[in-house]
Ligand binder design. Structure first.
Ligand code: GRF
Length: 243
């Protein structure tokens, strides 16, 4: 059973930083134990994942497939979205998972939406929230409550934002790729956890390039989320170390 040092206070919303961080059990499932180098908190597996989606959900599907193996160390306990009638929600429903939808237009203020999303996610007591093609920026309140991982279809800090694949093509980049990172209050600015390159071919259009990026992206996301769930992680400044 892996163990982590207790997390220090978060230094910025959404990104706990310092010498030892861990997937948060929010005091619900963690238990204290002693080791030669001091008190630790033991991880109780499987880690609980809430996955947020806005589209087809192939990254969600990759996580669902991985979670079918108990050795993976995580379970998707709920799937949330910012819109109805998307394939990502249908995938969750076919898997028998609870789903929720929190739409921005249903709220008077953006902050009200953020509060509603925070409560909907919190109801599922996640250890980790995964943004898997979730096309909304969450607020400070959300990030103070949860650790969130995002997958982005470019090699950050290049081509942040909602049109990363098109932007890389338009720029004439010869290599792009994908990034899995911790989410902070900026747009695709959180500390990088892992990246993988993808070659841009001369005959690529946005669809063909995105398809090849997503093939790599799914594997990277599954690897990172599994490692975080099983072993925890450390953040030092902008450096993220998976145990
Ligand atoms: C991924 O490329 C993700 O990085 C981007 O949107 C895509 C989502 O794909 N933000 P899917 O919905 O998981 O198939």
């Amino acid at each position: 059973m892996p163990s982590w040092r207790a997390a220090p206070p978060a230094l910025s919303p959404g990104v706990a930083a310092g010498e030892g961080c861990r997937a948060s059990r929010r005091g619900i499932l963690s238990r204290q134990s002693l080791s030669p180098d001091g008190p630790t908190e033991e991880l109780v597996l499987p880690a609980r994942l809430v996955v947020l989606v806005s589209g087809t959900g192939t990254n969600l599907q990759a996580l669902l497939d991985a979670c079918a193996d108990p050795a993976y160390g995580a379970d998707v306990v709920a799937v949330g979205a910012d819109r109805d009638d998307i394939e990502g929600l249908a995938r969750a429903q076919r898997a028998g998972l609870p789903t929720f939808v929190v739409r921005v237009p249903d709220h008077a203020q953006r902050d009200d939406w953020d509060a509603a999303l925070t409560e909907a996610v919190a109801a599922n007591q996640p250890d980790l929230v995964v943004s898997a093609g979730f096309m909304k920026i969450v607020g400070k309140r959300f990030l103070e409550r949860f650790t969130m991982v995002n997958t982005h279809p470019a090699l950050l800090p290049a081509f942040a934002g909602a049109h990363a694949v098109r932007d890389a093509l338009d720029y004439g980049a010869k290599v792009t790729g994908c990034t899995v990172h911790l989410v902070d209050t900026g747009v695709d600015t959180g500390p990088v956890i892992a990246q993988a390159p993808v070659e841009v071919r001369p005959d690529d259009d946005e669809a063909s390039l995105h398809t090849r990026i997503k093939d790599v992206e799914r594997a990277l996301l599954v690897d990172v989320v599994g490692r975080m769930s099983r072993g925890g992680w450390q953040v030092s400044g902008r450096k993220v170390h998976l145990k």
